[in-house]
Design a protein around this ligand. Structure first.
Ligand code: SF4
Length: 329
């Protein structure tokens, strides 16, 4: 298994969610969002742990069972214990995926192998499937989600934003890095971090400004704080702050009429009458036109998760007589 081939972030996925007929009964659990919009935004790498350990299709159903303090993976009818085989496979497979550059994982809920927190155990409790447990244990900060956690647009954006943040951290830290690399990375992320969490933006800024110290500790803190900043979706008020900050930066660099138009667009955004992607489009044009290097380098002006998932933005009235955007795909 190699690195991603498309240039997009590499994300693992339970193979049955992409429509592969690998379930115990020969069926699949194709998910329309995962096999549709998500495939345009990331490079999905399907994995079926049960097929990979040689159980075949069709196969006897398996389940989790508690034996004292231990959790066992057993075949439901024959009682065959598959725990050692699955744990050994999962550890090696997760290491392989990590080495390939994986930046997130979408897991099938309730599966004794793939489920994350939703798997019935002896009908008395729920827990993690053995493959999912290996993923969360070995890649602590890796964005993980079950397909049931991707049913609305907000949840989808949060997951993709986390995947993209994780990828940027990998790009920075996976090889040799210097404090100058970290400063450059942090500078490019500033406005996005400001929108995500002003508090963590400040804390990360202090960490970077302190410089020096044990590189491993700096890296660990920077990774943890960054992923914490992307735990939730940024609300409109925080985006408005980040947009106003960018507008202020442009004040002496653009024409008066351009500055006022940005102000008007931010106002429309705050009133819910203009999409974020449309305001960012305006900023991109001006930043390019006036060659504003600091803003041109900002990750915040890259395509946002919603634009990656649904290239045509949602219909919103921007009150200026423009032809409306088509409905989202
Ligand atoms: S849930 Fe996981 S183990 Fe089960 S069929 Fe899907 S990919 Fe395979």
């Amino acid at each position: 298994m190699g690195a991603p081939t498309t240039g997009r972030a590499l994300v693992g996925v339970s193979a049955c969610l992409l429509g592969e007929e690998v379930r115990h009964d020969g069926g699949h659990k194709r998910d329309g969002f995962i096999s549709g919009p998500l495939t345009r935004a990331v490079e999905l790498r399907p994995v079926c742990p049960e097929v990979d350990i040689g159980l075949g299709v069709p196969r006897e159903p398996i389940e989790l069972a508690r034996r004292g303090d231990d959790l066992r993976l057993v075949a439901s009818e024959s009682g065959t214990d598959l725990t050692a085989a699955m744990r050994s496979y999962a550890e090696a497979k997760v290491q392989e995926l990590d080495a390939a550059g994986i930046c997130g994982y979408v897991l099938k809920s309730r599966s004794p192998s793939c489920g994350l927190g939703s798997v019935p155990i002896d009908d008395t409790e729920t827990g993690d499937g053995l493959f999912a447990a290996a993923l969360s244990g070995l890649c602590e900060l890796l964005p993980l989600v079950e397909e049931t956690g991707l049913v609305d647009d907000d949840a989808r954006e949060v997951f993709l934003q986390r995947v993209l943040a994780y990828r940027r951290l990998r790009d920075l830290f996976d090889g040799e890095w210097t404090i100058d690399n970290l400063i450059g990375h942090h500078t490019r992320q500033e406005l996005l971090l400001m929108a995500q969490s002003p508090e963590l933006h400040s804390e990360l800024g202090r960490l970077v400004a302190a410089g020096g110290g044990d590189p491993a500790e700096v890296e660990d803190s920077y990774r943890r704080l960054t992923m914490e900043a992307f735990r939730k979706k940024a609300g409109p008020a925080r985006h408005a702050d980040a947009l106003s900050h960018m507008q202020g930066y442009l004040q002496d660099r653009v024409q008066e009429a351009e500055y006022r138009e940005l102000e008007r667009k931010i106002g429309l955004f705050c009133d819910g009458d203009c999409s974020l992607s449309r305001v960012l489009d305006d900023f991109r044009l001006l930043v390019k036109k006036h060659s504003v290097d600091y803003l041109a380098a900002q990750v915040y002006l890259d395509p946002q998760p919603f634009e990656l998932l649904y290239p045509t933005p949602p219909l919103l009235n921007d009150n200026q007589g423009n032809s409306p955007d088509a409905a989202q795909g």
